[in-house]
Design a protein around this ligand. Structure first.
Ligand SMILES: Nc1ncnc2c1ncn2[C@@H]1O[C@H](COP(=O)(O)OP(=O)(O)OP(=O)(O)O)[C@@H](O)[C@H]1O
Ligand SMILES: O=P(O)(O)OC[C@H]1O[C@](O)(CO)[C@@H](O)[C@@H]1O
Ligand SMILES: [Mg+2]
Length: 333
């Protein structure tokens, strides 16, 4: 488990708001609960904002009490709903939003979301001085400065359930399965699912497909009388890649099927890991706000809960380390 800091309270907060933004991620509810319960325990009122930045822009928020967050720890999705808001990308809209928040007596905001949501949070604080603290909530695990994000562990486990089932049918039919996992332009889900699912090939975003190498590996498997193969492919930027590869394998004489796991990976009850992570981060975020710290994300690094300046998240990209890619490829052969 992670070591938790105890930031020293040095300011009063009467009222804060919390929202979820970007793609939903299992564990967001656990994070909302932790924020609400910790704030209430510290004597701070909590407002839940509906539908991410869309609700924030429109002043769509509700006062929460302890029971508003009862019985949600184990549920997937987000009780606050979420959205991708184009309006919030406009600086004038962000300025108006800060005014609206202040007029409602809201003094700080907790944003639970991915790299895009945290970029928006950073812009809001930089431009308007409105205090914001971020929590990493995304299945993609693509946020700089934190080794883990809320929802990643659950998504990997959900994908693995399917991978294990595909292995059964792949073996029975002596087929290749090309399994596409989410993760946008990052390959964290693909790497973890590939390693944990024993995939014979892992195709990472931004790395060109070496079709000849894939065929050589398939031939090698066949020589070893291994008649099924799973190729895990990260969704990346090209939506045609999975179907194209499946087609090319068929033409080259390897019977293949494609399976795009898609949004299934975003749903479901969060794992214990994600519930604990979300609970720690949500609670510590409130204590940091009370210690006068904002414009940061609360994340985890080297088994410790840490703060990361939002500026660092905006200006750096988190990439899968080369050693991990090498390791995955070694285990795959
Ligand atoms: N550069 C930006 N400036 C202001 N707001 C932004 C910016 N980038 C993203 N946002 C806001 O954050 C929202 C969510 O961003 P995005 O769609 O990238 O998802 P995310 O938070 O990265 O989550 P995930 O990748 O898990 O779906 C956007 O719809 C927009 O409202
Ligand atoms: O739900 P939407 O808007 O289709 O977004 C899908 C994207 O969201 C994520 O699930 C989370 O960022 C990505 O892995 C995926 O590319
Ligand atoms: Mg993102």
């Amino acid at each position: 488990m992670w070591k938790i800091p105890s930031p020293k309270r040095c300011r009063d907060l009467k009222r804060l708001a919390v929202l979820t933004s970007g793609g939903d991620a299992p564990g967001m509810n656990a994070a909302i609960r932790a924020v609400a319960r910790t704030a209430l325990a510290r004597g701070v009122e909590v407002y839940g904002v509906s539908k991410g930045y869309s609700g924030l822009v429109n002043g769509d928020w509700q006062c929460m009490d302890r029971t508003s967050v009862a019985n949600i720890l184990q549920t997937g999705g987000t009780i606050l709903k979420t959205d991708r808001s184009d309006a919030f990308r406009d600086p004038q809209v962000r300025a108006d939003t800060a005014e609206r928040l202040r007029a409602a007596g809201i003094e700080a905001l907790v944003v639970i979301g991915g790299d895009g949501s945290l970029t928006g949070a950073h812009r809001l604080e930089e431009e308007t001085g409105f205090p914001v603290i971020g929590l990493p909530g995304t299945i993609d695990n693509d946020i700089f400065g934190t080794e883990d994000t809320i929802g990643f562990d659950t998504a990997v486990n959900t994908a693995l359930e399917s991978i294990d089932k595909l292995r059964d049918t792949a073996t029975s039919h002596e087929r290749v399965f090309v399994v596409e996992v989410m993760g946008r332009s990052s390959g964290f889900i693909a790497t973890s699912v590939g390693i944990a699912g024993g995939a014979e090939n892992i195709i990472m975003p931004g790395h060109p497909i070496d079709f000849q190498l894939i065929c050589e590996r398939l031939n090698d498997s066949l020589r070893r009388r291994k008649f099924s193969s799973l190729i895990v492919i990260a969704e990346g930027e090209d939506p045609q890649l999975t179907s194209q590869l499946t087609h090319d394998l068929g033409v080259a004489g390897y019977p293949a099927r494609a399976c795009i796991l898609g949004h299934v990976q975003r749903g479901g009850s969060p794992t214990g890991h994600d519930r604990v992570l979300a609970s720690y981060l949500g609670s510590v975020a409130v204590d940091y706000l009370l210690a006068g710290t904002s414009n940061v994300m609360v994340g985890v690094r080297k088994a410790e809960v840490v703060t990361v300046p939002l500026q660092d998240i905006v200006s750096n990209k988190k990439v899968v380390p080369d050693e991990l890619i090498d390791l995955a490829q070694i285990l795959a052969t």
